[in-house]
Design a protein around this ligand. Sequence first.
Ligand SMILES: Nc1ncnc2c1ncn2[C@@H]1O[C@H](COP(=O)(O)OP(=O)(O)O)[C@@H](O)[C@H]1O
Ligand SMILES: [Mg+2]
Length: 263
Amino acid sequence: MLDVIDLNIEFHDHLTPETVVYDFDLHLEEGEIVGIVGESGSGKSMSALAIAGLLSRKQMKKRGQIIFDGVDLLTCSRNILRKYQGKDISMVFQEPMTSLNPVKKIGWQVGESLRIHTELKEEEIHDRVIKMMEDVELQNPEELYDKYPHELSGGMRQRVMIAAALITEPKILIADEPTTALDVTVQAQILKLLKRINEQRGTAILFISHDLSVVRKLCKRVLVMYKGRIVESGPVNEVFNAPTQEYTRKLIKAIPRMEKLSI
Ligand SMILES: Nc1ncnc2c1ncn2[C@@H]1O[C@H](COP(=O)(O)OP(=O)(O)O)[C@@H](O)[C@H]1O
Ligand SMILES: [Mg+2]
């Protein structure tokens, strides 16, 4: 469904261009969950943003191909890209407080993509938003509809983000460290929610984390990134049990012992 081939990303906002992602390859099947793991600064977010079509075309030079639905998202026209962006490919971020608009009500924000991508009437959008909020297990959706982001807990805000990303029934959800800012209990609830969404809706998920133990809970396949390159990839259990790279071994060692046992 999605094929990323030899993606290179270069920044051009300094005097000398700086490459931050080298020869990134990814194949994502319908309904699959693939993880990207790597320490901070290894190029995970840049790769994800490129796939989501959210990197500015001017400042960030990209080479390679991002083929979705037979279309190369790197070279297609802006109009065509807009058709996919935020509709078939949606993204949730680490910090819902910075990606949610502080002065817009929750219900309006969850329904925003429907206003952009469909001709639906407000009543229909309202009904779909309420259903979507129920589906991500937000309690009392009618009441929540009129609240503002600051009135919600971190876990609820992340559920709102996920609802907003899923409202257009995307084929791919890119989740960039969606649980990193949350405490362990809430983190586990969000992981469970993502797993259920994947199973029930068949949404493919590209799940990004610096934490291999989290990736292991959710993903069957993983890419390990280091300094802008994929240094290792394969089924999570293989990578976990028989890492071929020293860097991957370090990531595994960094996981507390109890975490390794609890799966
Ligand atoms: N505006 C920018 N200009 C130049 N380099 C940047 C810019 N933003 C991020 N980077 C660099 O890109 C690299 C990859 O960053 P990122 O994809 O955010 O890493 P990760 O998500 O794995 O933590 C980092 O080395 C970072 O310093
Ligand atoms: Mg990141």
